[in-house]
Design a protein around this ligand. Structure first.
Ligand code: FAD
Length: 137
């Protein structure tokens, strides 16, 4: 699994689905052919914004824009998601936006990224406020 997709998947789990990074760390631990205890934990914490030298928490990967930027023609998606192979390079990253997007039983969209991004940033603000109340700074 390419590093780019690892970062996008990790960001989606933590910042779109608001689930603990440890769940993803465990799934990768059980499935990655190149699993490494340090690189995996640090990769998840980096993306979740909570590790040493982590990416800023407010950095939320947009899975759709990442797909359009790094898989312009949709070849990567077409290889691993045959249910979307009938769509062109733009449509394939947003199947919900086209009439035949779900033609081949691709699962329905479960979250709206724009909405969950705002929710994620609001949770960050909550944590910062709580920390301020607790530490006075
Ligand atoms: C959420 C997440 C989980 C990850 N889990 C692992 C893991 O379990 N095992 C693992 O080896 N890497 C992990 N990485 C780091 C990185 O994704 C992989 O090392 C890289 O994708 C492996 O592909 P490659 O061998 O083609 O790397 P190449 O780009 O060819 O790099 C060659 C080698 O350099 C090292 N390397 C490259 N990028 C990184 C990096 N970001 N961090 C640490 N080492 C790196 C690896 O040993 C890799 O084999 C993770 C990254 C993220 C974001």
């Amino acid at each position: 699994m390419h590093n780019r997709t690892r970062m996008v998947v990790a960001s989606f789990l933590v910042k779109d689905l608001h689930l603990e990074w440890q769940l993803g760390e465990r799934f990768f631990r059980e499935h990655l052919v190149d699993y490494d205890v340090a690189s995996n934990a640090h990769g998840w914490q980096w993306t979740a914004g909570c590790g040493t030298d982590a990416s800023p928490y407010y950095r939320v990967f947009n899975p759709i824009e990442q797909g359009k930027r790094f898989d312009e023609n949709g070849d990567y998606v077409r290889k691993y998601v045959p249910e979307l192979a009938h769509l062109n390079g733009i449509e394939i990253h947003e199947p919900w936006s086209v009439l035949d997007g779900y033609l081949k039983d691709y699962p329905q969209q479960i979250v709206n990224h724009a909405v969950e991004r705002i929710e994620s940033l609001a949770r960050l603000e909550e944590i910062k406020m709580a920390k301020k109340e607790f530490t006075g700074k």
